[in-house]
Design a protein around this ligand. Structure first.
Ligand code: COA
Length: 144
């Protein structure tokens, strides 16, 4: 089956949300995942959204963000019916290529400790976890 990784435009917003939603990934439709804020993020040169298309249909998605110090891979998702086919790695590799091109020496991702599928996928790609580090965040609201 033919797969292509592409940079979607904001016209693909509904498809990106569908993929995240079908994948059971938490997203923030009233915060940073609103159409307006996704459009703003997509326009940033240090940010790249990727969609994985199968026969023209988006079945996976992910985001690469370069913060000037580290590269981040966020929200990688494959819809349930297409899992276990080593498809997420195609998105991870596209994110890595974008981030390397920006100059990233370190590429990171935040993965819940219970997420065995994601951990397995990232470990296979050479990522290792620092168990002693915690995720601290300061928010305007939990909606964001
Ligand atoms: C994490 C995710 C993107 C991996 O996508 P994928 O293309 O299925 O990845 P892989 O094919 O490399 O499989 C990775 C692991 O998924 C698990 N897996 C395999 N087949 C599966 C299936 N049919 N259904 C569910 N999980 C499966 C296995 O643990 C596998 O690891 P293993 O091959 O070492 O046993 C996907 O499971 C997903 O979208 N999960 C929900 C969203 C999410 O948690 N994203 C990550 C946020 S950090």
């Amino acid at each position: 089956m033919g797969h292509r990784v592409e940079r979607p435009s904001i016209d693909h917003y509904d498809e990106i949300i569908r993929v995240w939603s079908e994948a059971g990934l938490e997203y923030k439709p009233h915060g940073r995942d609103s159409r307006e804020l996704i459009a703003r993020e997509m326009a940033l040169p240090q940010c790249a959204f990727f969609g994985l298309f199968e026969e023209g249909r988006m079945i996976g998605a992910g985001i690469a963000n370069w913060d000037g110090r580290r590269g981040w891979i966020n929200r990688v998702a494959i819809i349930p019916g297409r899992r276990g086919n080593r498809l997420a790695v195609k998105i991870v590799e596209a994110c890595e290529a974008f981030l390397r091109e920006k100059g990233a020496l370190v590429i990171c991702g935040l993965i819940h400790k219970d997420n065995a599928a994601s951990i397995s996928c990232f470990e296979r790609e050479g990522y290792s976890c620092m168990d002693e580090v915690g995720y601290f965040s300061k928010r305007t609201s939990w909606e964001d």
